[in-house]
Design a protein around this ligand. Structure first.
Ligand code: SF4
Length: 321
């Protein structure tokens, strides 16, 4: 079977797992095209206008996979990967939203719930329905899940060693650049690595002499310890991850500044962002928010990054002098 995977949302976190799993179960994996103006426009036309831009991109990616003639489109429902914490409601309702917005996907969605205790989503119980769908035995499914887990763990450890996520997803290995400035970049993986939506933000930062650190590059224990110790964590898993990384960056002396890249219309970020900005201010850590939507202008983005980095360079030079 041809299984289509939309190249958006948690594709940037779990693709090595999904690719291995479906291939080991005897399928061909088809990825949607990278986001482009046309793809986004198609997604915008079929989405409710208030929804965040990553969801509009996702709808565009699904339409693109339909055009490619895949048999099934994989749209899992992420419920939880940490006890007591769930996902942004848009993730919880994702398969329903797609089903109800796009009549052409009828009968072509492959979905199931993912409930896990950690980021490791390989537990057999989540995939029992795959046995009938792919006509495989329990042993074959377990073996495929184990291989998928191994490949995903390898991907995660390369991320933590500083290899670029965007290259790893293409099967390439390239380390993040060193730079005079070290910037903590906070953002959901789909905002960080969708080069169209963020107008090549990561590449530009590096070209301007910044070394980038993101939440997935941190040791998982830093994130887990922070979330464990919160008196009242946020409801949403990846928002907690960003909060943990944010406070880690605020308290790290070697981080020169923080950039929070967020999507217009993101409810969780509208709570997270102000918390971090206020506390960064208290610690005298420069903090900038970049909000992206389908109309954000490129020159506006570049001007803001340049101005922020100029300020950080001046500050660093005067701190060193
Ligand atoms: S966390 Fe924000 S950007 Fe992500 S899906 Fe939810 S609303 Fe959209």
């Amino acid at each position: 079977m041809k299984i289509g995977i939309p190249g958006s949302l948690l594709y940037y976190y779990y693709y090595p797992f999904w690719q291995t799993l479906f291939e080991k179960l005897g399928n061909e994996v088809v990825l949607s095209d990278p986001t482009s103006g046309d793809l986004l426009n198609e997604g915008v036309k079929e989405s409710v206008s208030e929804i965040c831009v990553p969801m509009k991109v996702y709808v565009g990616q699904v339409l693109n996979l339909l055009e490619k003639g895949v048999d099934l489109i994989y749209i899992p429902r992420f419920v939880s990967i940490r006890k007591g914490i769930t996902f942004c409601p848009k993730f919880l309702g994702l398969p329903d939203m797609i089903k109800n917005s796009l009549s052409a996907v009828k009968g072509r969605i492959l979905t199931h719930e993912i409930r896990a205790k950690t980021d490791d989503i390989s537990e057999y119980k989540n995939y029992v329905s795959f046995r009938d769908i792919f006509q495989v035995s329990r042993g074959e499914l377990k073996k495929a899940l184990d291989k998928a887990r191994q490949n995903w763990l390898k991907f995660r450890s390369l991320q933590q060693e500083g290899y670029k996520t965007e290259k790893l997803l293409l099967g390439e290995k390239e380390k993040r650049e060193e730079g005079f400035l070290k910037i903590g970049v906070l953002g959901y993986v789909y905002n960080l690595y969708d080069r169209f939506i963020n107008m090549d933000f990561m590449e530009r930062l590096e070209e301007m002499g910044a070394k980038i650190v993101t939440f997935e590059m941190l040791d998982g224990e830093i994130i887990d310890r922070f979330v464990r110790n919160l008196r009242k964590p946020m409801f949403w898993e990846f928002t907690n991850k960003l909060m943990a990384a944010g406070y880690h960056f605020i308290n790290s002396e070697d981080i020169d500044g923080i950039i929070h890249i967020t999507a217009f219309g993101c409810g969780p970020d509208s709570i997270l962002g102000p918390f971090l900005e206020i506390d960064a201010g208290k610690k005298n850590k420069p903090f900038m928010t970049l909000r992206i939507d389908e109309q954000t202008g490129e020159s506006h983005l570049i001007t803001r990054i340049e101005a922020f980095l100029d300020l950080l360079r001046l500050k660093k030079r005067s701190d060193i002098a």
